[in-house]
Design a protein around this ligand. Structure first.
Ligand code: SAM
Length: 235
């Protein structure tokens, strides 16, 4: 029986960045909710749902089959970008993982990105790793979004293949906060960094209580705490 998939706000926001008629891969697709919702709304869209693990792979396969979308969505079991090896997808989505894991998936499979003109990345933490990784590639950050859902705050980073070969630079602050997000500085952004400031304070206090405090680490955290204060106050 087919049913319209009700997407989380997070996945709906990711969907906004896919063009009509997209051919995309959702790496780490889990239940394949995103490819199903996209293909239900757009009959010209096609997708690869990639999964490393057997359980989520089976779940994706079952959902795609019961939604009668096997013509539009191919579910492939595999590690990271290897699932697009023979699939000339135009967009790649990697969502719901840490920034470190997303970067290692991209780094390992970067030779497979030759047809891909857009990356849509949604790290749960450490989005700064992704901004840094992008700097050494032919992709350029073109949009960022931050949103809150059920007590969590999510960032979405969109990078397109650069039109020119000109290198672009970001300051360390832009890498941490996001060049677009820091400009917009909306309420969710402020909420996120107020939370982070408290986290950094707690960590610094804990580290200072250690028998032999790691002063290098402490100073790194203090610098970030200072940046957060500056960013939150200069409105
Ligand atoms: N992308 C979905 C979302 O945003 O709702 C699911 C996120 S879920 C937390 C992460 C999924 O990524 C899991 O299903 C896991 O099995 C899969 N995964 C982790 N590492 C992977 C890899 N190297 N290649 C493919 N899938 C991976």
């Amino acid at each position: 029986m087919t049913n319209e998939i009700i997407l989380s706000n997070r996945l709906k926001n990711i969907m906004d960045f896919l063009p009509a008629g997209s051919f995309f891969a959702d790496i780490g697709s889990d239940h394949a909710y995103l490819p199903i919702a996209v293909c239900q709304h757009d009959q010209s869209a096609k997708a690869i749902a990639g999964e490393l693990n057997e359980g989520p792979y089976r779940s994706a396969l079952e959902h795609v089959t019961t939604q009668r979308l096997t013509d539009q969505i191919k579910v492939i079991k595999g590690d990271g970008l290897e699932v697009i090896q023979f699939e000339p997808v135009k967009q790649v989505v990697i969502a719901g993982m840490g920034g470190g894991l997303i970067c290692s998936i991209l780094e390992q499979g970067k030779h497979l990105l030759k047809d891909v003109d857009r990356l849509i990345l949604q790290p749960n933490v450490n989005s700064e790793y992704i901004r840094e990784w992008l700097l050494n590639t032919d992709y350029q950050l073109v949009a960022e979004r931050i949103l809150a859902e059920e007590g969590h705050i999510y960032e979405i980073l969109v990078a397109d293949i650069a039109v020119t070969k000109a290198r672009y630079e970001y300051s360390d602050k832009e890498i941490l906060f996001g060049p677009y997000l820091i400009k917009e500085k909306n309420n969710v952004f402020k909420q996120k960094w107020q939370r982070e400031r408290k986290n950094y304070r707690r960590i610094i206090e804990q580290m200072l209580r250690a028998k032999e405090p790691d002063l290098i680490k402490i100073n790194q955290f203090k610098l970030k705490e200072k940046w957060i204060e500056e960013v939150l106050k200069d409105d």
